[in-house]
Write a protein that binds this ligand. Structure first.
Ligand SMILES: [Zn+2]
Length: 250
């Protein structure tokens, strides 16, 4: 049986971290249920992918247009379709990516199917149904997703500030991957999720496993391994601190 896994190419989107090459920016490669999906291909994801894999992709998913998520989008469409020669694969992108030409017009005809994301809607890439979340609050059009696999539901909570309605979107997650740049952020000017928000997710959703990723200097300087240990003890669930090029068996 094929190995089911998620490859984390990079674990930051923050300029203070990846401009200084402390951690790498980059996306995810989900290879589960014989379905191969690139998610949020940021800077350098393409080179890392072709260095590691020869697989044909079934789809590409973009949560929002920020460059640490979208930089390699077009080249992955070229890869998936062999430069447009083979009309294959499914693309799932926010409408803003088309409007603002983050998705270059010339590659639009290459994939077999392009879906613009509506909130709380089910899509499918090969064998994996994907449900979009409520729209996140991140200054640009942005969604997270639940990937419904045979190994359980994998929630991907992409960039957002916390608001309670988020929990409803992710409530069926067995595994939660969370973009958490902050240990503690300014409560008056929140920009992303912090660990207190992660605790709300754990209490309400009770996932069996949480993977923390997309770090900035705030959480890195606060020792994420120690933070994960504390959460593990407090809630008795598995907490993983993502590392660059980590391959997580699912
Ligand atoms: Zn962002």
């Amino acid at each position: 049986m094929a190995r089911d896994f998620i490859h984390f190419f990079g674990t930051t989107g923050n300029k203070d971290i990846f401009f200084k090459n402390i951690r790498q920016a980059g996306g995810l490669f989900l290879n589960i249920d014989d379905t191969k999906i690139i998610i949020d291909p940021g800077v350098n994801t393409f080179y890392k992918y072709i260095h590691a894999y020869k697989d044909e992709l079934d789809g590409i998913v973009l949560s929002h247009i920020h460059i640490d998520h979208s930089n390699d989008l077009n080249i992955f469409i070229e890869l998936m379709t062999n430069g447009g020669e083979v009309n294959r694969g499914t693309l799932l992108v926010p409408n803003q990516a088309i409007e603002e030409r983050i998705l270059q017009p010339y590659v639009k005809s290459f994939p077999k199917e392009i879906n613009t994301i509506n909130p709380n809607t089910q899509y499918k890439i090969k064998n994996i149904p994907i449900i979009s979340s409520i729209e996140h609050k991140h200054g640009v059009e942005n969604y997270g997703f639940i990937f419904k696999t045979s190994k359980g539901n994998i929630g991907l909570v992409t960039d957002t500030v916390y608001f309670p309605e988020l929990l409803e979107s992710y409530k069926d997650s067995d595994i939660l991957i969370m973009n958490v740049p902050y240990y503690i952020q300014d409560k008056l000017k929140p920009k992303h999720l912090d660990i207190s928000n992660v605790e709300e997710f754990i209490k309400k959703i009770k996932p069996r496993k949480v993977i923390l990723t997309h770090f900035n200097s705030n959480i890195i300087n606060s020792n994420p391994i120690k933070i994960a240990d504390e959460l593990r003890r407090k809630y008795d669930i598995e907490i993983i601190v993502a590392e660059d090029d980590m391959i997580l068996e699912i």
